[in-house]
Write a protein that binds this ligand. Structure first.
Ligand code: FAQ
Length: 311
């Protein structure tokens, strides 16, 4: 029976028929999805922190309202993604406990500090740009609830990227000091953004199987290359210099060659030793502790209402 189920599963995946929560699936497929979706959820939640740092310091009321809306969208994305992971049998309490204990991974990018307002522009433009590049193909991922969550997430990410690009435009068309701020933020975020796509294909243990299961639709290096090719003209349009002396158009491959990524830095950040890892986790743990009374009160209230209805 098992063999038959496995064959049916493979056939569905091959035909691009979505796998749904109650369908049979191999344990390893379930496990890898829980891993990827929970990491993605944690990234959205931790991803609120670098930008949250600037909400009270945004340069105008309008900028503040826009940033507040963007950060709230990220909270929403985290919640859809935790729900998608729950459909696979993962417990939300366990996922959050794993984040807080340092056991669970989340995107390396959110362990870098936001030093100036231009970093908020750079995050929207580059980090959300990379997120879209990675997530648009995930709208066609083989697991139904994840694919459907990605559709809405991508719409919101497109708005986020435009707001980031618009901040960069304003700075680049402003005073020389503003242009300088934009270039410095670009210099800080460019390389860490390239690392978001994950290790090189030959060093990515999960890619091959995830491609076979159509969880991933492109490899890490394919998406990274597309991202570089998309961003270079945008940087030129802004009048900014890509901080990579090895960047060069390659006619033969119809794309840019780019310099060496510092993989030691990447793994050091992934292992918890980036500039802000400890602070990020501490902030989440503190928020969890300080919010405990709200969860208890909500549960007590729900219980009281249920009791009243039973009477
Ligand atoms: N950081 O074998 P692979 C956002 C880990 S966007 C940390 O290649 P895989 C929106 C990887 O988990 C950011 N760890 O793994 C936003 C694996 O570890 P494991 C989130 C990384 O899964 C914008 C190991 O290295 N987006 O949040 C990273 O096939 C602005 C080996 O790697 C997603 O999560 C990294 N950068 O490919 C929010 C998208 N890269 O578990 C706020 C969905 C790799 O074996 C503000 N995820 N690792 O111990 C994916 O597409 C994939 O999971 C990849 C990694 C491509 C990230």
């Amino acid at each position: 029976v098992e063999v038959n189920l496995e064959e049916q599963f493979e056939a569905k995946v091959a035909k691009d028929i979505r796998i749904e929560p109650k369908d049979w699936m191999p344990d390893a497929y379930r496990k890898t999805l829980i891993r990827q979706i929970s990491q993605h959820a944690h990234s959205e939640i931790v991803g609120m922190l670098p930008e949250g740092n600037w909400i009270t310091r945004a340069p105008s009321l309008k900028r503040k309202a826009i940033l507040l809306a963007k950060v709230q969208d990220e909270a929403g994305h985290g919640l859809y993604l935790y729900s998608a992971a729950e459909t696979l049998g993962a417990s939300r309490d366990q996922m959050i406990a794993d984040l807080h204990s340092g056991k669970a991974k989340y995107s390396s990018i959110f362990n870098y500090p936001t030093l100036s307002w231009a970093d908020i522009g750079a995050i929207g433009w580059l980090v959300d740009g990379a997120a879209i590049m990675n997530q648009v193909p995930l709208c066609r991922t083989s697991y139904g609830p994840y694919a459907r969550a990605m559709v809405r997430v991508c719409k919101e990410e497109s708005f986020h990227q435009r707001q980031g690009f618009e901040i960069m435009m304003t700075l680049c068309n402003g005073a020389p000091e503003q242009k300088k701020m934009a270039q410095e933020a670009f210099n800080r975020w460019w390389w860490p953004t390239l690392m978001m796509f994950g290790p090189k294909d030959e060093e990515s243990p999960n890619t091959e199987q995830s491609m076979r299961w159509r969880i991933k639709r492109f490899t890490n290096d394919e998406l990274r290359q597309r991202f570089v090719d998309m961003m270079v003209p945008q940087a030129e349009f802004l009048g900014l210099t890509v901080p990579d002396k090895d960047l060069k158009w390659n006619e033969a491959k119809n794309g840019y060659d780019y310099g060496q990524i510092d993989w030691d830095e990447f793994w050091s950040v992934v292992k918890g030793n980036g500039p802000c890892n400890k602070q990020r986790i501490q902030t989440r743990v503190k928020a969890d502790q300080e919010g405990a009374w709200v969860r208890e009160a909500a549960l007590a209230h729900a219980e009281k209402r249920a009791q009243r209805e039973r009477q």
